[in-house]
Design a protein around this ligand. Structure first.
Ligand code: TYM
Length: 294
C-alpha cells in the first residue's frame, strides 16, 4: 500500500547530496508500494532564469542519471513535470487556499529573493506547486533530504485545509528522510552541498572522474585537529567526511571513525575519496552507456 512521489530539479547531473539524501532511497523504495512516481520538475526550474537549450539538455542529463542510479521504468514512473498539465492546475487551486504570510516565512523565498531584491511570483509560490506535485497523486510517502522538510510541512497544511473545507480527499503525506539527510559543501561545511555552489571543488557530481573526486576530497575543508572524530557541532568539516564515508560504505558514523583509527585527516580524506569513487563509478559508467543510447 501507499504511494511514493518525489521530484528533482533538472540541474544536469545530480551531486552526492542529491544521491545520498534522496536518490539512493528512491531506488530502494521501488517495489514496496502500490505506485512510485519520480518527476523531473522543470516547472520548478523556471522559477529562476533558464537558458531554454541548456534546460532541455539538463532534463535529458537528469533522466539519464536517474536511470544510471538504478531507478527503473519497470518499477516506477519517471516523467517530466511539465508534460502533465494537472500539476499547474492543482497548484492554482491550492494557491487559493494558501496565505501569503505562510509562504513568506519559507527559507527558500527568504534566501533567493534576498539577493535579487525582487523574486518572481513563481518563486514565491514554488512550494504550492510542490504541494500540488505531491497531492495530485494522493501520495503518502515523499523521500527527500532535510532541506525539503518545510516544503513538505506546507503540503501537509494545504492538504488539511482542503480536507477541512471540501471533505477528506488527500492523505497527509509524510517525509521519508535518509540517514544522510544533509550532505555539506566540501569547501564550507556550514552550508549544504548544492549544484549552484560557485566553488567547483565544493560539489561532487555523480559523473566526476575518480581523479576529480580524489582532488575534491583532498582539498576538503577540515580543521586544525588531525585526529578523526565525529562531532558535527564542533567539527563540521571532518564530521561531514565521516557522514559521507559512513553513507557510501554502509557503516554507522562510529564504525567509520573506528576504521580511521591511527589515520590523520589527510590520510582519511583519501580513504573517503576512495569509498566515494567505489560507490559512484558504476553510476558514471552506466550514465555514459545510457547517454550513448539516447
Ligand atoms: P532538489 O532538486 O534541490 O533536490 C533533489 C533532492 O535532493 C535532496 N538534496 C540533498 N540531500 C542531502 N544533502 C544535500 N546537500 C542535498 N541537496 C539536495 C533534496 O532534499 C531533494 O530531496 N523542491 C525540490 C523538488 C521538488 C519535490 C517535489 C520534491 C519539487 N516537487 C515534490 C519532493 C516532492 C527540490 O528543489 O529538490
Amino acid at each position: 500500500g501507499g504511494r511514493v512521489f518525489s521530484g528533482i530539479q533538472p540541474t544536469g547531473v545530480p551531486h552526492l547530496g542529491n544521491y545520498l539524501g534522496a536518490l539512493e532511497s528512491w531506488v530502494g523504495l521501488q517495489g514496496g508500494f502500490s505506485s512510485v512516481l519520480y518527476s523531473i520538475v522543470d516547472l520548478h526550474a523556471i522559477t529562476v532564469p533558464q537558458d531554454p537549450a541548456l534546460l532541455r539538455e539538463n532534463i535529458l542529463d537528469m533522466a539519464a542519471s536517474l536511470l544510471a542510479c538504478g531507478i527503473s521504468p519497470a518499477h516506477s514512473i519517471i516523467f517530466q513535470q511539465s508534460q502533465v498539465s494537472e500539476h499547474a492546475e492543482l497548484s492554482w487551486i491550492l494557491g487559493c487556499l494558501t496565505s501569503m504570510p505562510r509562504l513568506r516565512h519559507l527559507p527558500q523565498w527568504k534566501m533567493k529573493s534576498k539577493d535579487k531584491k525582487e523574486g518572481s511570483v513563481g518563486l514565491f509560490t514554488y512550494p504550492v506547486l510542490q504541494a500540488a506535485d505531491i497531492l495530485l497523486y494522493r501520495s503518502t510517502h515523499v523521500p527527500v533530504g532535510e532541506d525539503q522538510v518545510q516544503h513538505l510541512e506546507l503540503a501537509q497544511d494545504v492538504a488539511r485545509i482542503f480536507n477541512n473545507q471540501y471533505g477528506e480527499l488527500f492523505p497527509i503525506p509524510q517525509a521519508l528522510l535518509s540517514a544522510s539527510r544533509r550532505v555539506k559543501s566540501l569547501r564550507d561545511p556550514a552550508s549544504k552541498m548544492s549544484k549552484s555552489d560557485p566553488q567547483r571543488l565544493a560539489t561532487v557530481r555523480l559523473t566526476d572522474s575518480p581523479d576529480d573526486i580524489v582532488l575534491k576530497f583532498r582539498k576538503a575543508v577540515t580543521d586544525f585537529t588531525s585526529e578523526v572524530t565525529f562531532d558535527p557541532e564542533r567539527r563540521p568539516g571532518v564530521s561531514n567526511l565521516v557522514a559521507i564515508h559512513a553513507a557510501v560504505s554502509g557503516l554507522t558514523a562510529e564504525e567509520a571513525v573506528r576504521s580511521a583509527r591511527g589515520m590523520d585527516t589527510a590520510q582519511y580524506k583519501l580513504l573517503v575519496a576512495d569509498a566515494v569513487v567505489h560507490k559512484v563509478a558504476p553510476i558514471r559508467i552506466r550514465a555514459g552507456v545510457i547517454w550513448r543510447a539516447f
